[in-house]
Design a protein around this ligand. Structure first.
Ligand code: TRP
Length: 458
């Protein structure tokens, strides 16, 4: 099986440069490898946790979809879909909710941060916190586990949530797996190189700091935004420190190593900030320009976007549906038509391989060989003690001094010359052959098999 890579993008805003360099670009690059099978989706259910403005949600979903496609995502190669188009995700969320301990979810960063904020403000710990926010990691676990993802590329802030998905998957496997794991346990993957792209003020570029550079604005607005990046007040000609410069970090994230080296050397030799910004703008704009056109075209044709995402949903559901059916069965949500009474269930288990069972009846000890459909292929003679019965059974199983033969139209087994077990009369020759064959295999294969004796006619 190929390595499955899966990641989700919460659709609450307009993608910015930080999203592009930190998530979109590396994910698309990874999806181009032949050894990988990628699932990328719009986490629009997660968006509802943070945003109750319906038109903003609507707009953001389209913008995020158009961004990924314009950035080079190939919807034929990658499974690209909206979370809310996959009903199996919400269905699985409930099954996972039922194996997730509340105390464990109390520790989720997203929830804890909200609690800390409340207590810091002297408010009730849970003020304004929805169950959506509280259960955020369970929904995320369903996103990941439903597709049996191996690797989940995320930002640092999401590592804990992927770990929680792994933990929840493990709990489910333990509860329902019967020794066979149902879910693949995922690993978070963080790209160290791009994880800390700085924003306009030098802090991590993030919508919550209001310091982002939009990805697909006009070239004029891109230039203006770059002009606002904070620098120190060193003059042209004075050496600059590239390692404390947001310009250098941004440049490096989009350039080749050789370009970055040249930029670095020029800063050290006193390149002016104005010139440094101009060069950053030129680098970024040359990469964004061709995508910008594609992006605008996609946004102008929402029904094309819709078709692409419906196609993705179709592909995703063809993976999700069979797994979900298996999960429903695992937890006992089955059709009544498939109901098997408890007693027969035990029989079903021995359907293919005959099995020896020992039992006690009217004070005596017996063993029998139970075959297909629960019928007794052989029943032992009575033994006075469990120990004697056990010893005889062991010899029968090992084929030790055992003779199997067909007698009076029945299978009989002798152990050291004594009759120890016999079976039901055969129905016809074909069935006799089949039963004798099965018995031969079940008796350790070392017994002497005698063909029908005299006078036992079929
Ligand atoms: N919570 C993630 C974020 O805000 C987005 C997300 C939702 C996600 N489901 C996911 C990421 C599953 C990876 C896998 O960044």
């Amino acid at each position: 099986m190929k390595t499955r890579i899966l990641t989700g993008i919460t659709t609450t805003g307009t993608p910015h440069l930080g999203n592009y360099a930190g998530a979109i670009m590396p994910a698309i690059e990874a999806s181009q490898g032949v050894a990988a099978e990628s699932f990328f989706f719009l986490a629009d259910y997660h968006a509802l946790i943070k945003c109750d403005d319906a038109s903003r949600i609507e707009q953001s979903r389209m913008e995020v979809a158009a961004t990924w496609l314009a950035a080079g995502l190939d919807p034929e190669r990658v499974t690209f879909y909206r979370q809310s188009d996959i009903p199996e995700i919400t269905e699985l969320t409930w099954l996972l909710t039922c194996v997730s301990a509340k105390g464990f979810l109390n520790r989720s960063h997203a929830y804890k941060a909200a609690v800390d904020k409340n207590t810091g403000a002297g408010q009730d710990a849970d003020a304004g916190i929805s169950m959506g926010l509280f259960s955020y990691p369970v929904l995320m676990a369903a996103d990941i586990l439903l597709f049996n993802a191996h690797k989940v590329p995320v930002g640092r802030d999401q590592i804990q949530h992927v770990e929680m998905a792994k933990d929840i998957g493990q709990r489910f496997n333990n509860a329902y797996g019967n020794g066979v794991p149902v879910f693949v346990l995922p690993e978070a993957v963080v790209d160290e190189r791009v994880a800390t792209l700085p924003g306009l003020d030098g802090r991590k570029m993030s919508k919550s700091y209001d310091n982002t550079i939009p990805l697909f604005t006009s070239s004029r607005l891109l230039k203006e935004a770059i002009g606002q990046i904070v620098t120190d007040s060193l003059l042209p000609g004075e050496p600059k420190d590239p390692d404390s410069s947001a310009l250098y970090s941004l440049y490096q994230a989009f350039s080749t190593p050789a370009q970055a080296l040249a930029y670095r050397a020029d800063l050290l030799q006193g390149l002016g900030w104005g010139e440094a910004k101009k060069r950053l703008y030129e680098l970024l704009n040359s990469q964004i320009e061709p995508m910008r056109e594609h992006y605008s075209r996609l946004l102008a044709n929402p029904s094309d976007l819709e078709d692409i995402l419906q196609h993705g949903a179709h592909k995703a559901r063809s993976v999700a549906r069979p797994l979900m059916a298996q999960l429903r069965d695992a937890v006992g949500l089955r059709s009544f038509n498939a109901f098997v009474p408890k007693a027969q269930e035990a029989v079903r288990k021995v359907a293919s391989e005959p099995e020896f069972v020992s039992y006690r009846e009217d004070g005596a000890f017996y063993f029998k060989l139970v075959g297909d459909k629960g019928s007794a292929l052989l029943v032992s003679t009575p033994f006075a003690t469990g120990k004697e019965m056990g010893a005889a059974l062991a010899r029968v199983k090992a084929g030790q001094q055992i003779v199997l033969q067909q007698e009076s139209n029945c299978p009989v087994v002798y152990c050291a010359g004594e009759l120890v077990a016999q079976g039901e009369p055969f129905l016809d020759e074909a069935q006799a052959q089949q039963v004798m064959d099965t018995l031969g295999k079940s008796l350790g294969g070392k017994q002497t098999l005698l063909e029908s004796d005299n006078g036992c006619g079929l």
